[in-house]
Design a protein. Structure first.
Length: 448
């Protein structure tokens, strides 16, 4: 006689949770291609070229009649997208928690961003305004979608699983970014072989990121499920809810203390990501192919770094592991100060150091914050987390630019960023995370 396996409710719940987690990973797989191929590599130089072709004799374009130097148009478009995201995220977060319908909002934001990215295929000639508009829509939609995506973490993973689940999500994202970037670089570098112009190759690379984003977003949207929380008054508007969220966060000062620490050291991380190529080209005299190769190396090693730091967190706790990663960031920047010019090998060593700590720092920060969020307010609190990520990432570039302006040295500018990691270390070390988790009303894991 055969034996019949009896499934318990606990086993069914665990199987359903694992299915949701696997679906959740695929949103990082879907959208990270936009961050890598579009924002980091292709769109900035290409949109600048399009704006320059539309510029007047003095090198200015005139969106809405405002004179803007063509070389600054991309940066201003990114800044505008951040402003739009900062306005929209708290409203969407409040609506998601109030209605319990996060998945439709995630789908709307994801497909709006994917459609805008795919529409970049039509960015040619002197259509710089089209490029700027699509960038604002895609970048703001990406921020809103990531806020909703992050807010699922405390709902799909119990406290003891969150570090590992968050790390796997980041690893999936970096793996997809590396895979598609390789394909894009093959097309871009060998465009003549494929019978297309360089501009057409770039447009195909941009559009392919949008198609990838939209195609793989189907998986999390099929597997994630909405959880209805306690209904709040329907009369509460988005802005009133935002004010209520801010007041509620003041009741959890230790959560705010963590957000402040994260704001500081994450600003340093984001500045290194955006300014490392400037340092490589201007100070070290490295070519574009070397810089793109370094970006690809960062993507590949960030997969292993995220998973490795996730395993370390299981042994030593997320807070200690993050603090260790901040020490590694500080040592990496200090080493970067001494890199010799014209030596690509040492720049690749620097990129390797960044890649190994990049994914883990971000993944563990997300999972640690998830423990500090009161139940039922995930989307609202993660909107504040995303605002810390997106909305305040101007301090580091400002310090970098001011240091270069005052000293004329990119080496001094890059070493100035150490301040963000040192101050972030001190602020995070002072946060009693166990007490913070308890005050948020959540169970305290054995190791945190």
């Amino acid at each position: 006689m055969g034996t019949e396996t009896v499934r318990t409710p606990e086993a069914d719940e665990a199987a359903g949770r694992r299915r949701e987690q696997r679906g959740w990973y695929f949103y990082d797989w879907a959208c990270s291609v936009y961050s890598t191929s579009v924002l980091t590599v292709f769109l900035g130089p290409y949109l600048t070229t399009v704006a320059e072709s539309a510029a007047d004799a003095d090198g200015f374009v005139h969106p809405l009649g405002i004179p803007v130097r063509a070389g600054s148009f991309f940066a201003y478009s990114v800044s505008l997208s951040v402003i739009v995201a900062v306005v929209v995220m708290p409203l969407v977060g409040a609506a998601a928690d109030r209605t319990g319908r996060k998945k439709p909002l995630l789908g709307a934001a994801a497909y709006l961003g994917a459609a805008a990215t795919a529409g970049m295929f039509f960015l040619d000639g002197d259509r710089y305004l089209l490029g700027g508009a699509l960038l604002v829509v895609a970048n703001a939609a990406q921020s809103v979608a990531m806020m909703l995506y992050n807010s699922y973490l405390p709902q799909i993973a119990p406290p003891e699983e969150r570090d590992a689940v968050s790390s796997r999500g980041w690893a999936f994202g970096y793996a997809a970014g590396a895979l598609v970037l390789v394909a894009n670089l093959v097309l871009y570098l060998a465009h003549d072989t494929f019978g297309v112009s360089e501009a057409m190759a770039v447009r195909i690379c941009l559009a392919s990121a949008g198609l990838w984003w939209g195609a793989f977003a189907l998986i999390p949207l099929r597997r994630l499920r909405d959880r209805r929380g306690a209904r709040r008054e329907a009369s509460v508007t988005g802005w009133r809810q935002l004010a209520a969220t801010v007041r509620d966060m003041r009741r959890h000062p230790l959560t705010l203390s963590f957000l402040l620490a994260y704001l500081v050291y994450n600003d340093g991380i984001q500045t290194v990501i955006t300014q490392a190529s400037v340092y490589g080209s201007e100070e070290l005299g490295l070519g574009q192919s070397t810089l793109i190769g370094a970006i690809l190396l960062v993507q590949v090693l960030a997969v292993f770094g995220a998973l490795t730091l996730g395993r370390l967190a299981r042994r030593y706790g997320a807070k200690r592991t993050i603090l260790g990663s901040l020490i590694a960031w500080t040592l990496t920047l200090a080493a970067g100060y001494f890199l010799p010019a014209g030596a690509p090998v040492w720049f690749f060593v620097l990129a390797a150091g960044i890649g190994l700590v990049l994914g883990g720092s971000q993944a563990l920060s997300r999972s640690l914050f998830s423990h500090l969020v009161p139940a039922g307010k995930e989307a609202e609190y993660f909107s504040a987390y995303e605002l810390s990520d997106r909305g305040m990432s101007w301090l580091g570039p400002l310090l970098f630019g001011l240091t270069y302006q005052l000293t004329g040295s990119y080496r001094d500018a890059i070493i100035s960023l150490v301040a963000f990691f040192v101050l972030g270390f001190v602020l995070l070390a002072r946060v009693p995370v166990r007490r913070a988790i308890g005050e948020a009303g959540n169970p305290v894991p054995d190791r945190i």
